[in-house]
Design a protein around this ligand. Sequence first.
Ligand code: AP5
Ligand code: MG
Length: 210
Amino acid sequence: MTHLIFIGAPGSGKGTQAARLVAEKGLKHISTGDLLRSEIAKGSELGKEVKAVMDSGALVSDNLVIRLLQANIDLQKSQYIFDGYPRNIAQAETLDKEVLKGSPSTAVFFDIDMERLVARLTNRRTCKDCGAIYNLISKTPKITGVCDKCGSTNLVQRADDKEDVIKNRLQVFQDAITPVLKYYQDLGRLMRVDAEKTEDEIFNQIASKI
Ligand code: AP5
Ligand code: MG
């Protein structure tokens, strides 16, 4: 059993593929972005602390994110997809030393031309009730404005999916990711997927490795 570590730019499709792997292969999905957004929605002290940082597209502190991650996983019980963690080399090292501690894992890099991502993200809509991910261009719900999965009419745009914030998120990703990819490459644990392919093609490529 190998845990999967999803690495990819904002909008590269990490959450979309994670949802399918949960539904069709029974993996557990842990997204640090989703955990942080749920703290904001709850109005917790932690949520209040991180809201402005996330709204600007910057990274939340390593220390805070690792504590949140540790509190929400039980590696003995399930095969996990780590989505959005690690995002820098310090987090990659922490994940190995303090979380995985030798459990097998494969890093999956969602490789995509950055130019495509602003359009993908400005057209993303997410179901506020069940988290299902849609796109106004490439993945519309069967009935306009209604979630296919849970029937909710709360299909919303994420607070950080505004064009200027997206540009900052893409820059933050580019600034930190090269050493992370090298780290996994050097350890022989890196798999690349062409994230410009269709959702089905990407799913089949990842599923064939687990
Ligand atoms: P996070 O929530 O992790 O966001 P992100 O990394 O910016 O990635 P996204 O969720 O935007 O994109 P995705 O790759 O999941 O794409 P999706 O599948 O939705 O993090 C948000 C923030 O939290 C960070 O900015 C930071 O502040 C903080 N944070 C989180 N983790 C942290 C950490 N470890 N350390 C510090 N701070 C942290 O797809 C996008 C769109 O594309 C959808 O509309 C979808 O339908 C469409 N799509 C998907 N696949 C395809 C395809 N193959 N073809 C066409 N369209 C597709
Ligand atoms: Mg996501």
